[in-house]
Design a protein around this ligand. Sequence first.
Ligand code: ADP
Ligand code: MG
Ligand code: MG
Length: 210
Amino acid sequence: MTLDVAWADRWARLSAERIAGAKDELTELDRQIGDGDHGENLDRGFRAVVAKLDDAGDLAQVGDLLKLVATTLMSSVGGASGPLYGTAYLRAAKVTGLETLDAHAVVALLEGALEGITARGKAVVGEKTMVDAWQPAVDAAEAAANDGGSPVDVLAAAASAADAAARATVPLVATKGRASYLGERSVGHQDPGATSTAILLAAARDAAAV
Ligand code: ADP
Ligand code: MG
Ligand code: MG
């Protein structure tokens, strides 16, 4: 499987499908420790992404597509997660210039996303945010690439690490974002943004496994 712009297009469209399917679950998680809009925010954003892709015609490179996703999410998602995911896709687009991604370029894309999120939101691991899913995803991706894994292996490692890490946010106390207003009462709930991160990375893997 070659990770090229066609893969990035499948990733974005599959993300939209999966987010639409998980909308109620994400909203419910956000109702427990936030303001109950995470599912709607992301669903609105990814619907807008699909509309933009339909209008855009053929894009040349993965980086072009990631930039389109970034600007669309920034202008349509709102909340904390809009600027965070927008910046993530913008920094992920540092792979611009490459027609196809090898394993190390996939790591660079994911690292870029994490850098964007931390630059914007200043969260570190353990604060019960989407960073708790992105950091282990990047670490697992790097390990898979260093072991000689294929680009798809790298995505699979990132997706499964993010999935485990999202579930591991349940016992954490939130210290960033709206959930931090709850303090200790945020314990016992899974972070919505870490959960959506796991969904997006699973979509990246599955878009490559065709
Ligand atoms: P809002 O909280 O503005 O309603 P959303 O509900 O769309 O925005 O997104 C909430 C998610 O955003 C949280 O579950 C968390 O993962 C993430 N988040 C919030 N603040 C930060 C931050 N400073 N750094 C990283 N992620 C954050
Ligand atoms: Mg919210
Ligand atoms: Mg909100």
